[in-house]
Design a protein around this ligand. Structure first.
Ligand code: FRU
Length: 485
């Protein structure tokens, strides 16, 4: 892989022409997704500014235009009317102000009647390369263009390290106040969330305190991308803790977890009612955020980055990398988050095809079991060798996924085998395969497993135990790969 100099990583984009060839080239890749949002060029990471506004879903992603590395970040804009079909809209926010001179980092959206605002981190670095993160705002004008407010709302606090970013903005009806939840790292390198409050959305912000999360005072070294959402009267706190190994998660030190409980805005305490859970048990899932304004207090929509910090993927050789996950509906049932693929996903089924052991490059598999252990080997060669192997152990209620048999192996350092533990016996798996990804939804949303996957042409077979039944549909393409900058 090419070494990128700092100059190359922090080069600004001046004209679409500069990356047109790149787009034309990567478009022909066999790994370009067909029903997942992916970078128009270069690299995508976190979803940003995800919101429903005036009949449309807006979704941005962290974007590095020039290639498959992290560098000067933009927000790239996509829209959808149904969360299934996505259209490229061009650059949303560019790092063109002094406050974000080294990147427009992650953030979230909030609607106020007819207005739409975006709160994000301006990643400023001074001439000595010292990072100074600012919390900034932009709004969407009538033409759909994002306009930045000239000044940030506030800068960093000195009682935390330089890592203070990713504002989640919420309105609390009872208190008639706005709050910002900001991911941060204390000076003694613990992950935390800083809370800011204001009576007005665009001014008057003051620091309210550090969020106390009972039992999570020492839980990793930085909490990225915090998110809080109320579902069925319960608060759900979502965040991405880093620099910590967690049981059953291999060597990875980047995670995306959630807690269900009660957010007490009086004492700035989140009181979890149970242990944390992983949002996803797969290899590649991080920095998820929700759009909660879905008009139903019992659900939220979540989308994540299908990838992890410090990991590398085979499409780097083709000069691009990344994808977002399918949007998921979140509900709370019996104190647990239930995550199902966005409703209407079945309309993307193109045709049901015979379950004859061949795997199309974009398809949905529905696997049903009447009980007991089973195996599902995906992406094997014609002779049944290799591939991604899934074994369900009914006594333990654990589904183990092993991707070490694939020809193209990657991120071996974090481990190639992971478990998806279940509470209920596994009776149903919904499997969504796109050209470079797989998402497994267990038992109608009890647990989810997301992984990138880069099969060779020969790796297009599957085999299941006799005890389970499979149906397969090819999927329609629903995400446009147009060059819009
Ligand atoms: C998470 C993250 C955020 C940051 C953004 C930069 O993946 O590191 O904390 O805002 O990515 O691209």
């Amino acid at each position: 892989m090419k070494e990128w100099t700092r100059e190359e990583r922090y080069r600004a984009l001046h004209s679409p022409e500069e990356i047109k060839d790149l787009h034309d080239r990567i478009c022909t890749s066999v790994f370009r997704q067909t029903y997942h949002v992916q970078p128009v060029t270069g690299l995508s990471n976190d979803p940003n500014g995800f919101v429903f506004h005036q009949g449309k879903w807006h979704l941005f992603y962290q974007w590095f235009p020039w290639g498959p590395v992290h560098g000067l970040k933009y927000w790239y804009h996509t829209t959808s009317e149904d969360l299934l079909h996505w259209v490229n809209e061009g650059v949303g926010l560019s790092p063109d102000s002094v406050y974000d001179n080294k990147g427009v980092f992650s953030g979230t959206a909030i609607t106020e009647d007819d207005d739409l605002y975006f709160f994000y981190t301006g990643n400023h670095r001074d001439e000595n390369w010292v990072r100074i993160p600012y919390t900034c705002v932009a709004f969407m004008d009538r033409d759909g263009t994002l306009v930045k407010l000239p000044k940030p709302l506030f800068g960093p606090r000195d009682d935390c390290s330089e890592h203070q970013r990713d504002p989640k903005v919420v309105y609390h009806k009872g208190k008639n106040k706005y709050y910002i939840f900001l991911g941060a790292q204390t000076l003694d390198r613990r992950g935390t969330i800083l809370i800011y409050q204001s009576d007005e959305l665009l001014s008057g912000w003051s620091f309210a305190g550090q969020l106390k999360v009972t039992g999570y005072e020492h839980f990793g070294g930085m909490w990225e991308c915090p998110c809080i959402v109320n579902i069925s009267g319960k608060d759900v706190l979502i965040f991405s803790p880093q620099h910590i190994k967690l049981p059953g998660r291999g060597e990875s030190t980047n995670h995306n977890v959630y807690l269900i409980g009660k957010m007490d805005y009086e004492t700035l305490t989140f009181i979890p009612e149970s242990d944390f859970h992983h949002l996803d048990y797969g290899f590649d899932f991080y920095a998820a955020q929700t759009a909660s304004n879905v008009g139903d207090p019992n659900k939220a929509i979540l989308i994540g980055w299908m990838g992890l910090p410090d990991n590398h993927y085979p499409t780097e050789e083709e000069d691009w990398e990344g994808s977002l996950t399918l949007p998921r509906e979140l509900r709370i049932v019996d104190g647990r988050l239930i995550q199902t693929p966005v409703s209407g996903i079945e309309t993307l089924r193109e045709a049901e095809i015979p379950a004859d052991g061949t795997l199309p490059t974009a398809c949905e598999l529905e696997v049903r079991s009447n009980g007991g252990d089973f195996d599902l080997n995906l992406f094997t060669r014609a002779d049944g060798s290799g591939g991604m192997r899934l074994h369900y152990d009914d006594a333990k209620r654990i589904c183990t996924v092993d991707r070490s048999g694939m020809d193209r192996r990657f991120n071996q350092q974090v481990g190639e085998i992971l478990d998806m533990p279940l509470e209920q016996p596994l009776h149903r798996l919904s499997v969504f395969i796109d050209r470079s990804s797989i998402e497994l939804f267990a038992n109608d949303g009890e647990a989810v497993f997301t992984s990138h996957i880069y099969p060779t042409v020969e790796e297009c077979h599957y085999k299941v135990s006799d005890s389970v039944s499979v149906r397969i549909w090819t999927m329609k393409s629903s995400v446009k790969d147009d060059f819009v900058i």
